[in-house]
Design a binder for this molecule. Structure first.
Ligand code: AMP
Length: 352
């Protein structure tokens, strides 16, 4: 157990690291952020920001020995960087979750091995794979480096599949059958050092252009479907032997089946509502899990709707501040580029 007063190292300097650092500070922990940039929005609220490349083993070693435990705030942190940190301090949740999450095919195979349902999928790595493809109509996705809808092309026929694979530079891909879903949801699960696990209430997610737009909690789905979604998240955390947080994004099909789509072994955008509308926030829960503290309760304090502020939308901050049920969060990012997550607002409606 790492008591308050200990230091948490965070690989990555974005908004998830920033909100983790803020939650850690509330519980009396120090945080040190490691990121390649000279300045980071996580570093702005941490005790220190260490600038270093992810392949600079000397800088990583120095950072690791300055902290008591290490976590990461994005899943594309290079495995070798995590391996270097692991030589000096515990990294929670470790290398395996990112090894899986960085590769869509490995991830899907792991879901199946863990007993989770998924869409039908196939590996597309050569022309023979294309000729044998049956998961059509589907979505062709690059196995690596795709996020927020990037590196994905919808295809209906084998001819379209060939053209799409060319457009993706003939990289290793996964073809997933298009799921006719009624909605998308996510389960965020924390699992502690003692193996105790806890799932936050299921969030109902709406995506636009591949980017999360809103999350609504409670999700309003039948209790049996919610329980099945929670169970999938818990099963995943167990099968990863996770210490930390994992978010599992899922499709709910029209006949109520739960299909796992993607996981992220870190706090998740669809869990931001927990800061304002849950007894314990996902960020505090992560701190508790990686420091060996008991996990917090996850009761919904009030129904809520989280809306991402993307690009110029954050310029409306004065309007959100004036709305009595809106809780505004700005990430302190400089330039508002299209598609860039600048902040979020959570509308909280008190229970009556
Ligand atoms: P992903 O990057 O896999 O999370 O995909 C981004 C978004 O594309 C998802 O949130 C869905 O809205 C949509 N999508 C991805 N895969 C599928 C699928 N197999 N069937 C239907 N929609 C999908």
């Amino acid at each position: 157990m790492l008591p308050p007063g200990s230091t948490i190292g965070i690989l990555g300097g974005g908004q998830l690291g920033r909100m983790t650092a803020m939650a850690a500070a509330r519980l009396g922990y120090r945080t040190v952020v490691y990121a390649p940039e000279t300045h980071s929005i996580a570093g702005d609220v941490a005790a220190a920001h260490v600038q270093g490349a992810y392949d600079d083993t000397t800088a990583l070693a120095r950072f690791a020995t300055e902290v008591d435990v290490i976590t990461y705030e994005f899943e594309n942190v290079p495995e070798a960087a995590v391996a270097e940190c692991t030589r000096h301090r515990p990294v929670r949740p470790g290398i395996r979750p990112i090894h899986l999450a960085q590769h869509r095919l490995r991830e899907k195979e792991f879901f199946r091995k863990s007993g989770l349902g998924t869409a039908e999928y196939q590996r597309i790595a050569n022309e023979d794979d294309i000729a044998a493809a049956t998961a059509l109509p589907g979505i062709l996705k690059t196995c690596t480096d795709g996020y927020d809808g990037k590196g994905q092309i919808r295809v209906a026929t084998q001819r379209e599949l060939t053209a799409a694979w060319d457009r993706l530079h003939r990289r290793e891909c996964i073809l997933e059958a298009l799921v006719d879903f009624q909605c998308e949801v996510s389960a965020i699960v924390a699992r502690g050092l003692d193996g105790q696990a806890c799932c936050f209430p299921i969030g109902l997610n709406d995506h636009r252009d591949g980017i999360l737009r809103t999350t609504v909690v409670p999700c309003g789905l039948p209790p049996a479907v919610q329980m099945a979604a929670e169970q999938s998240g818990l099963q995943l955390a167990e099968s990863l032997s996770l210490v930390g947080l994992v978010a599992l994004e899922m499709f709910i099909t029209r006949d109520g089946r739960v299909l796992a789509n993607e996981m992220a072994p870190r706090p998740h955008n669809s869990g931001h509502w927990t800061i304002d509308a849950c007894t314990t926030s996902q960020f505090e829960q992560l701190v508790r899990a990686i420091c060996g503290l008991p996990l917090g309760a996850v009761d919904i304090l009030a129904p809520s709707r989280m809306i991402n502020l993307i690009g110029d939308e954050a310029k409306d901050w004065a309007r959100f501040l004036a709305e009595p049920t809106a809780r505004l969060h700005l990430y302190g990012k400089g330039k508002a580029r299209p598609g860039r997550k600048m902040g979020h607002v959570t509308y909280v409606t008190p229970k009556v």
